[in-house]
Design a protein around this ligand. Structure first.
Ligand code: C2E
Ligand code: CA
Ligand code: CA
Length: 758
């Protein structure tokens, strides 16, 4: 089941949203670029058409200026020839005239140069003579206007089209004219040159619109006649051009002709009232715009492409980072299962689904027993393998809608359906069995045990409280040897409440002397004579009666209060011993239970000794009872502790021998004065004859260590008989005496014999 929120987080961190965003971004960018391109296209076209108009206007002007410059140059040359001809030495001798003309002609670009006398005889530089080459009308114009240029006409010698230039020989006098001819094709070249790289058309026309010269191909006719077929743009017309031209002004026009749109500009020449007319097809402008657009598009798309690559790169990075972050935040690196965060995220939805289906559910904390020891002994690598195996076993058993995570080192959390306690217990047993054995690569196997704390969720409390409850149950499962699971239930809750109650009252109880000392005799099997005793605490809570130590000692062990209580009990013991001694009773040694926490108490032994001296009690009368679990694993510290006690003259007993980790090896190194057989031995004894064999074996071995043996929990004469027969020294049990009030115990003590007193 995928939790929505977690899914969202995963998607976020894996950046699907990033991809979507990027996709939208690219789409928007593409639309923007497309719209931008269209707008730019319009902008560029209109801008270019504006540019085209401007440059076509300047082209017309330039065309006119170039032409003017050219013609001016022609007239200059002609004038200088005319000046040089004025000398009578040339004019009067016609053969000299011709050779002179020929020389002059060779120096310039004219096709031919000539002189036409007032009688109409025209001499050419090529030696030819023609009558009235320039008509009398033309000659008249030359005299009047000082400069004359003809319309194109045919060369009299080679049928080429030519222009004829003429100036008077002498200004103000009708003494003939000097003329020159120049091929029209020469001017045609100048018409095309510089006009939009040959894309434009240059025309020279006269005032009436007749084409004088045109490029690139020669066409003749009248512009205004042609203009009848033009479709002019708004604001332009043929009439407008005619108007401009008749006024001697320049202008611009736009029109379509034969489906082609053009711009035209016209500008007056200095000669013959001719006009330069420049035409440019608009398609050329559009083509140029297209070129620019394509360029712009290419740039745009390159930018987008780079952007896309960049975004993809960034997203990839983000995706990878997101993955890493997700892994870090929600996945357990070792087992690849969910971690506590992920579990917590999924938790609410899973609980909701259980509730909807009406299925009871439970939060289970699972821990591997003594995993630290496994890690220490086999190393982290094997430890990791174990964790993976357990995680696998736990996950394998999951059913629809259930959750699992590794919450910390060797701790796992499960949210499981709990149709009934027995069902769930069975499932946990199965899992514990599946995960219960770990085999190393070399085939060596070790048993693994799991402890499970179960909280069957029965009220709406925050997640962390549920986890706390499951953990409390776990701690109780771990305390109970061999238990796989423990349920957090009413009984458990009561215990917790009771613990809290105990904790809140303990200090006051100590102050108010609610803790009472009881003494249980350790007796001779045969005579029943009290040989020694054990001090046992009882809590006499007002209104509640006597509370047995099993109810509060474990709590005090947990919170450390046991240290204070033990000292209190020790002092009470000392005070009683002192009291009895003073009353002339023959005191016996008394065993006092000391918690393992005293091992960490600095100066414990010194304090013990100081107090005993203060009360004037002989050290040999005091025996420290230490439980077996203290001994295990602390051999070095323990040995020093035992030795220190011995050095001060105290006795030391090992309590509850056989209840836990007894190792005779350990016993061998520690010099106990007394070994107390755990009462549990005797509880099994009746039903188990094998136990008798074990007990007798143990007793005979302990005997070899030179320690006294006290059997605890002796309740029947049969037990007493058996224990005595195998060599136990003393019996502590209900058969002889229950723990007694001090005054009752004192009654069992004999008065000191006279001789002893001395
Ligand atoms: P323990 O040191 O093993 O004490 C012996 C326990 O066995 C006592 O339980 C005693 O009442 C019980 N017992 C004696 N004879 C019999 C018998 O024939 N049958 C049965 N069933 N039980 C018998 P008690 O007094 O309830 O003490 C329980 C434990 O509490 C003690 O076990 C000891 O470990 C601890 N304890 C008691 N007083 C103190 C104390 O002052 N300081 C510390 N640290 N622990 C104490
Ligand atoms: Ca004891
Ligand atoms: Ca005991």
């Amino acid at each position: 089941m995928e939790n929505k929120e977690l899914g969202r987080i995963r998607k976020n961190s894996y950046n699907l949203r990033g991809f979507k965003r990027a996709f939208v971004f690219i789409l928007v960018a593409a639309v923007l670029v497309a719209t931008g391109s269209v707008l730019a296209w319009q902008q560029v076209t209109s801008r270019l058409s504006q540019d085209a108009r401007e440059s076509i206007a300047s082209a017309g002007r330039e065309l006119a200026e170039n032409f003017n410059y050219l013609l001016e140059a022609e007239f200059q040359i002609l004038s200088s020839i005319s000046v040089s001809l004025e000398t009578p030495a040339v004019l009067n001798y016609k053969d000299r005239l011709v050779s002179y003309l020929e020389r002059q002609n060779n120096r310039n670009l004219f096709d031919s140069t000539g002189y036409q006398a007032p009688d109409g005889t025209a001499w050419f530089s090529n030696g030819e003579q023609i009558k009235w080459f320039l008509s009398p009308q033309e000659v008249k114009t030359v005299y009047e206007q000082k400069r004359y240029m003809s319309a194109p006409r045919t060369d009299p010698f080679d049928n080429d089209d030519i222009l004829v230039f003429a100036v008077p020989l002498k200004e103000g006098k009708e003494t003939g004219v000097v003329f020159a001819t120049h091929s029209v094709s020469f001017y045609r070249q100048t018409l095309t040159a510089n006009l939009w790289q040959g894309n434009g058309i240059g025309i020279i026309m006269d005032k009436s619109g007749d084409i004088v010269l045109s490029a690139p191909k020669s066409s003749f006719g009248n512009i205004f006649d042609m203009a009848e077929d033009f479709v002019f743009d708004r604001g332009f017309s043929s009439a407008k051009i005619q108007e401009d031209i008749s006024a001697g002004g320049d202008g611009l026009s736009g029109y379509s002709f034969n489906g082609e749109h053009r711009f035209a500009s016209y500008y007056p020449l200095k000669f013959n009232q001719w006009y330069a007319f420049a035409v440019l097809p608009t398609a050329f402008v559009a083509q140029k715009a297209l070129g620019l657009m394509v360029m712009a598009w290419l740039i745009c798309f390159s930018v987008i492409a780079v952007l896309v690559v960049f975004i993809v790169f960034i997203l990839r990075m983000q995706h990878q980072n997101g993955r890493a972050l997700y892994q870090m935040g929600f996945v357990d690196a070792l087992t690849q299962a969910d971690n506590l965060n992920a579990f917590h995220f999924k938790y609410a939805a899973a609980v909701e689904s259980f509730k909807q289906k009406g299925v009871p559910f439970a939060l289970v904390v699972v821990n591997i027993n003594r995993f630290k020891a496994v890690n220490d002994i086999y190393g982290f690598e094997e430890g990791d393998k174990i964790l993976k195996q357990v995680a696998h076993a736990l996950q394998e058993g999951l059913q629809e809608g259930e959750l699992f995570c590794r919450s910390s080192a060797d701790e796992f959390l499960l949210l499981l359906a709990c149709p009934g306690r027995t069902d769930l217990a069975l499932r946990l047993d199965n899992v514990a069995q599946r995960a219960g054995r770990f085999c190393q690569a070399d085939g060596k196997c070790m048993p693994l045990s799991l402890a499970c704390g179960v909280y069957v969720v029965d009220e709406d409390v925050p997640f962390y409280i549920m986890v706390d409850r499951a953990k409390l149950a776990l701690s109780s499962a771990r305390q109970r040897a061999g238990a796989v699971y423990a349920f957090y239930d009413e009984e458990f809750r009561r215990r917790i409440v009771a613990e809290k109650n105990i904790e809140s009252h303990m200090e006051d109880a100590l102050q108010n002397e609610e803790f009472k000392i009881y003494l249980q005799p350790k007796c001779n099997f045969e005579t029943g004579q009290v040989e020694s005793a054990e001090a046992l605490v009882r809590w006499e809570q007002p209104g509640k009666g006597l509370i047995a130590p099993d109810h509060f000692i474990p709590v005090f062990e947990k919170n450390g209060f046991i240290l204070k209580l033990d000292w209190f009990m020790f002092k009470r013991t000392l005070s009683l011993l002192k009291q009895w001694q003073e009353a002339g009773l023959e005191v016996v040694p008394v065993g006092i239970n000391f918690s393992r926490l005293h091992l960490d108490e600095p100066n414990f032994v010194e304090e013990l000794s100081r107090l005993a001296d203060e009360y004037g009690v002989e050290h040999r009368l005091l025996e420290a009872e230490l439980t077996e679990s203290v001994v295990f694993g602390n051999t070095v510290v323990m040995k020093r502790f035992v030795d220190d006690l011995h050095a001060k003259g105290f006795s030391v007993a090992m309590d509850d021998f056989g209840s836990g980790y007894s190792s005779l090896n350990v016993l061998k190194n520690l010099d106990f004065d007394c070994i107390k057989l755990d009462k549990e031995f005797l509880m099994c004894e009746e039903s188990n004859s094998r136990m008798r064999v074990i007990i007798s074996g143990l007793v005979s071995m302990i005997k070899g260590l030179n320690s006294r043996i006290v059997a605890e929990g002796v309740e029947t004469p049969e037990q007493a008989q058996f224990l005595q027969s195998i060599g136990c020294d003393l019996a502590q049990g209900y058969l002889f005496h229950k723990p007694l009030l001090p005054q009752d115990f004192a009654k069992l003590l004999r008065p000191v014999k006279k001789n002893k007193r001395k």
